[in-house]
Design a protein around this ligand. Structure first.
Ligand SMILES: NC(=O)c1ccc[n+]([C@@H]2O[C@H](COP(=O)([O-])OP(=O)(O)OC[C@H]3O[C@@H](n4cnc5c(N)ncnc54)[C@H](O)[C@@H]3O)[C@@H](O)[C@H]2O)c1
Length: 371
């Protein structure tokens, strides 16, 4: 194994992930969807949610903890023309999410808007993937998901809310889609895992402990987030001074939309453990919305206005010393331009995980340069 970061081309990495998912018992078409969502994160430079999550989130939960079903039973439990409620029966989150968003898009194509919600699902990867599906269909998209309890409410120290991303996607006349693809906490677990893997301290202000103090030791914070003795800080920061209650409010909005319409689990019910400390499914809920732009205006006009807004923002006066102003989705586009020829960067920890899964599943056809 190499101590350095090594690169594997995207095609090989995606094919490997498809084979790992198939090796876990995921049907071929679904395995392709799961790998597509994970590789999209790697392509977009979102290293916290790409191949680095394959073992700890998907492989371990299916193969070791047995709390996720590789074969997804996608049950529509209630449906009207523009809406639906889905039960995912602890299947593959990406498969459930992609199908829900496609249903919302199909409904919006017919009725102007579509909203589909899911319960008893599992981790669906980068939230931005799904609104971008709507954008590629000439629509605007929105989605969110609840997650393991992590965020403490303003003036609280207990991990109550998930990192609950609230994500929009808008088509524009620019080379990249606008998507504000982020959690409602200052940071999220995937990024803390990344800091832990790289042996780095966390910035102050990401995590609060039971004494109300910020914590910076990434490795112990990961354990304490599970134990509930530390919590993530909502967007806006600790307390009221920098308006932490706004992030807290948005995280609550996501928790409600991920649980109340679909009558799913919420807050501490998503801990993944039962009262005796045994592993149980996470029972996540999601919501997806698609809005057909042509029900309001011409698609090209919408794209131009959106692009004009983004260009005006980027063209506005910069802070002293700042090189440029970005708009949402731009850094991910730049990451792709930078990475497309070099491939997925893999640190030593992920290299080890890849070899572990390959050997356990007997995927002998794969040999990597870093071995
Ligand atoms: N499935 C889940 O349970 C779950 C939970 C939390 C987060 N996530 C995913 O984790 C990923 C990372 O989340 P995060 O909270 O760490 O995101 P982040 O803090 O890295 O923010 C990324 C977003 O901010 C934008 N951005 C970054 N710098 C910018 C700047 N200077 N100006 C304008 N926009 C800028 C990016 O374009 C992108 O949309 C996301 O893909 C998110 O969907 C998933």
């Amino acid at each position: 194994m190499s101590d350095a970061v090594c690169h594997v081309d995207f095609e090989t990495m995606e094919a490997f992930m498809v084979d790992v998912f198939k090796g876990m018992g995921v049907p071929a078409d679904d395995a392709a969807v799961c790998a597509e969502v994970l590789i999209a994160a790697d392509k977009r430079g979102i290293d916290s949610h790409g191949v680095g999550r394959l073992k700890p989130i998907y492989y371990d939960r299916i193969m070791d903890h047995k709390i996720q079903q590789p074969v997804t039973e996608f049950e529509i439990v209630r449906e009207q023309a523009a809406t639906a409620v889905v039960d995912g029966h602890h299947g593959m989150g990406m498969v459930i999410a992609k199908r829900c968003m496609q249903m919302a898009i199909d409904k919006a194509a017919e009725f102007g808007m579509g909203m589909v919600v899911a319960r008893d699902s599992t981790h669906y990867g980068i939230a931005g993937f799904y609104p971008m599906m709507a954008c590629n269909a000439g629509m605007l998209g929105m989605c969110g998901t609840n997650a393991r309890p992590s965020i403490a409410p303003t003036f609280g120290v207990e991990n109550m809310l998930g990192t609950n991303p609230l994500v929009f996607g808008f088509p524009t006349d620019e080379p990249f889609i606008f998507t504000n693809d982020y959690a409602t906490s200052v940071s999220q677990r995937g990024k803390i895992e990344q800091y832990a893997r790289e042996g780095k301290d966390l910035p102050a202000g990401w995590v609060i402990d039971r004494e109300g103090q910020t914590r910076t030791d990434a490795v112990s914070v990961l354990d304490e987030l599970v134990a509930g003795t530390a919590a993530l800080v909502p967007v806006g920061g600790i307390g009221e001074e920098t308006a932490g209650y706004k992030g807290y409010g948005y995280a609550t909005v996501v928790e409600i939309l991920s649980a109340a319409l679909q009558q799913g689990a919420f807050l501490k019910q998503l801990s993944g453990f039962d009262a005796d400390g045994g592993r149980v499914p996470y029972r996540l809920g999601h919501f997806f919305m698609a809005v057909n732009i042509s029900a309001f205006t011409e698609l090209e006009a919408f794209k131009k206005t959106t692009g004009d807004i983004l260009r005006a923002l980027r063209g506005s006066q910069k802070a002293p010393g700042a090189e440029r102003i970005y708009t949402c989705g731009e850094k991910e586009h730049l990451a792709w331009l930078e990475r497309k020829d070099s491939g997925v960067p893999l640190g030593p920890e992920i290299q080890k995980q890849i070899i572990t899964m390959r050997d356990a599943l007997g995927l002998d056809g794969y040999r990597f340069e870093f071995e």
